[in-house]
Design a protein around this ligand. Structure first.
Ligand code: DON
Length: 572
């Protein structure tokens, strides 16, 4: 890959030397349309995973001749065993792929059960009942992960399905060593689950530094290995899920028919150009890809305002907040499941629309929250990134929603179920667990997918993979992905430094509030300068777990997020 800077340097030296060099310069620096470069293998494969077991599972199948999709399937199933707070069988997610030089997007987001109704979380007073959409049986949407992974494998896998599942089955049977970080997350989560779920007895099996064996989960994985998705959506596993719905104080809605009817969907990824890169990212039902492109484009449009502003200076953060305000105003109104609502993707990412939005930025003070309207005329999760030696890439974010999802463990199956129903708007204007609001586009309906922020993203340059990244973090996801991309390319930071750099967040509501991270609170001078401009400052407990790979000249470098227990490997 040749960067713009390299092209300039080559040009300076070579034009006078020889025609041959001039020709190679043209080949290296010509616009995309002029080059049909043969695809070149990378010097190594790479994986960036939220834990070491996921990375090792990927390495096992890559070494056996598997491609990026085989590795993704192996990592996703392994994390369902070793990363129970977010890795899953009982949740859903999105996979952005770049295979044989072409972009793809797989939506395996959970869907509302057939019996879901728009007001199912409202009490007699018409207000959302606390926790009903986030904890226990009623918060569970129909899981999509197993169907999604099978679909990806069916279309692109090189190894057998059983080979891809083998590392996960071995980990479930033999056990994995529980990290102190997992114990911390469990301890933080358990109080909310205590009254209405069976989380406590299951979670008591997790002891820091000890092996955690999951024989029931191994049996479920074995059934999936042998029967494909029917090992989950039919037969004994489906029976266990349905039986779980009627246990405990709050009954759930998922039926056998709901499980049988679940389908993943291939969708057209959101794509845009930014600084010579093709950005390939998540379309609805994620808001993340549209938001990421909006942010990258508005920042480039407002280049004059950003010029000379040091990273994370008061003025820089103010300008970012101005952009984020406008992105979240659009998100709340326009975005929902594309099978149910028409999302104006092209209009929301159109260059002239974003240029107009960028012109609305107040360069000095926060724009009044109420004045930031949707702009068109009419109106706990985990991520891993993989590249293989053929230059294919998978960027996968999947989730149970909150850590450990609904807290409901399928008895006899040993796996947790999601609480993805909380990503719907229970009532227009009522904030969900991430504090974001929505309207009718994201209202609950049978079989509908809730709006997401997950943003698995791939950047390519001249047809070759340049970066693969994503993160958990709810509404912080796309602002985190944005900051890592910008820190890497606009601020020329090495990938590990860009991933480690402090991240800040604003989301329109609460008004004029900027969030920092617990381990990097606002430095005193920055805090004083931002307060003087009218911002309220808050430290939040979580700001993502980016797992990123960058490829330069066919050579991958990897960056697991130091915030958690990420682990990355370059596999020669
Ligand atoms: O789809 C979404 O946007 C959320 N359910 C993601 C949840 C998440 O990132 C939790 N992370 N800690």
């Amino acid at each position: 890959m040749t960067s713009k800077g390299e092209c300039d340097v080559i040009a300076g030296r070579s034009i006078f030397r020889s025609l041959l060099l001039a020709l190679s310069l043209w080949l290296a620096c010509a616009p995309d349309a002029a080059r049909a470069a043969p695809r070149r293998a990378l010097q190594a494969a790479a994986v960036a995973s939220p834990d070491r077991y996921g990375a090792i599972a990927a390495r096992t199948v890559l070494r056996a001749g598997g491609n990026a999709v085989d590795a993704a399937v192996a990592t996703a199933f392994a994390l369902a065993v070793t990363y129970p707070e977010a890795g899953n069988l009982g949740g859903g997610g999105f996979m952005t792929l770049y295979m044989d030089g072409k972009p793809y997007f797989l939506d395996y987001r959970e869907r509302a059960p057939a019996a879901a109704t728009p007001d199912m979380y409202l009490g007699p007073n018409g207000e959302p009942v606390a926790d009903l959409s986030a904890v226990g049986n009623l918060s569970v949407a129909v899981p999509g992960t197993v169907r999604g992974l099978a679909e990806a494998h069916h279309r692109f896998g090189r190894l057998s399905w059983k080979q891809d599942l083998a590392p996960a089955i071995a980990l479930a049977r033999a056990g994995f060593v529980v990290s102190p970080q997992l114990i911390g997350i469990r301890d933080g989560a358990k109080a909310q689950f205590a009254k209405t779920t069976n989380f406590t007895p299951w979670a008591a099996g997790l002891q820091a530094g000890q092996l955690f064996r999951q024989p029931e989960l191994a049996n479920v994985l074995q059934r999936i290995a042998e029967r494909g998705p029917d090992g989950f959506y039919a037969g004994p596993t489906a029976d266990l899920i349905v039986a779980q719905m009627s246990r405990g104080p709050v009954k759930g809605l998922i039926t056998r028919a709901d499980l049988q009817a679940y389908r993943a969907a291939w969708r057209t990824p959101v794509q845009g150009r930014w600084r010579g890169y093709d950005v390939i990212t998540a379309p609805p039902p994620s808001s993340g890809g549209i938001a990421l492109l909006q942010m990258l484009t508005m920042k480039a449009d407002a280049a004059r305002l950003f010029a000379g502003q040091p990273l994370n200076s008061p003025q820089y953060l103010h300008l970012l907040a101005e952009i984020e305000k406008r992105v979240f105003a659009d998100r709340a109104v326009y975005l929902g499941d594309p099978d149910f609502v028409t999302t104006p993707v092209a209009s929301l990412t159109a260059p002239d629309y974003l240029a107009r939005r960028a012109r609305e930025i107040d360069p000095v003070k926060p724009s009044a929250t109420g004045a930031v309207r949707p702009g068109l005329e009419k109106p706990q999760t985990t991520h891993f990134s993989i590249v293989d030696r053929w230059g294919n890439a998978v960027s996968n974010t999947y989730t149970l929603n909150g850590w450990f999802g609904s807290g409901v463990v399928v008895e006899g199956g040993g796996f947790l179920l999601n609480d993805e129903m909380d990503d719907f708007s229970a009532k227009p204007g009522a904030p969900n667990m991430y504090g974001v609001v929505g309207g009718s586009a994201n209202a609950i309906a049978p079989f509908k997918r809730p709006l997401s922020s997950m943003t698995p993203t791939i950047l390519t340059r001249n047809g070759r993979v340049a970066m693969v990244l994503g993160t958990p973090g709810g509404s912080r996801i796309f602002t985190s992905v944005f900051q890592v991309i910008v820190d890497t390319y606009d601020f020329a930071m090495p990938l590990r430094a860009a991933v480690a750099a402090p991240r800040y967040h604003h989301q329109l509501l609460p008004p004029d509030t900027l969030f920092a991270e617990p381990y990097a609170p606002f430095p005193a001078a920055l805090a004083a300068a931002l307060r003087a401009r009218g911002y309220r400052l808050e430290n939040q407990d979580f700001n993502g777990d980016i797992e990123a790979i960058r490829v330069d000249g066919g050579r991958p470098t990897v960056a697991p997020d130091p915030r958690a227990r990420g682990f990355a490997l370059v596999i020669p």
